[in-house]
Design a protein. Sequence first.
Length: 278
Amino acid sequence: MIQRSTCAIVLRVVDYAESDKLVTLYSRDLGRITGIAKGAKKSKRRFVNKLEEFSLLQLLYQTPRIENGLFFIAEAELLNAYLALRTDYRRYTTAAYLNELTVRFTREADPDSRLFTLLQWALASLERNDNPAKIIALFHLRLLAAVGYRPELSACGSCRLAITTGSGHHFRLVPGSGALICTSCHPWRELESTRLSPRTVAFLSNAQSFALHQLNRLQPSRQAAAEAMVALHAYTLHLLQQDIQSWPAVYALYANKSCPTAQALTDTSSLQSCGSPF
Ligand SMILES: [Zn+2]
């Protein structure tokens, strides 16, 4: 069998049988793949300290012999362990959420090198501990755009009110449409948990227009980063129609209040009942 090589980031690792490991990765050339590392639990040379969550690897692999089969991981060279992500609870919890979002929004063997670069950027930024909630919001926003769910953040989707930080108007990202709605169009007291201040919307809007290498210049307040993170999670719950397992731990770290239920976050019935186009 021909062996090939690619760069990949480890998303998940589980033990398999007596001595093997099943590894889910996001690779630059193949997208998300699942591979088997034979003898990885006992190997002292080929895999020790390499097949760990978040690690950036140079993989030597063989393609599956059957459709939807497992890749065979022959060897792995460690390019970056991102060790700080595994030794600090806040950063570990944050990175685990990014990995889970990557798994949920991608399909097997559907490569997008932009997603690989985005995940690599996010893990490297987290290792520098550059405001973890900000990294979550920026990663999530760019991930949504890459998979076709870019939120529309230029104005209220109903009255077209522009986003100005001095207006006093607040907004909500409507989960059903990915558009904004302002407080004038719908005073949603019961949906306070997903409110976005004008500064938060401006932060997200800027993040959509910046190049990846410019994103670290954005310096939102902790409140703005947390608001953005919560709103994008609510939008994602609606898109996926299923819970994200690592979310409650992330929310407890950064949002600093009790976690609203998934139903409350994605419920659009009250918006529809007031004649909103959403
Ligand atoms: Zn409006």
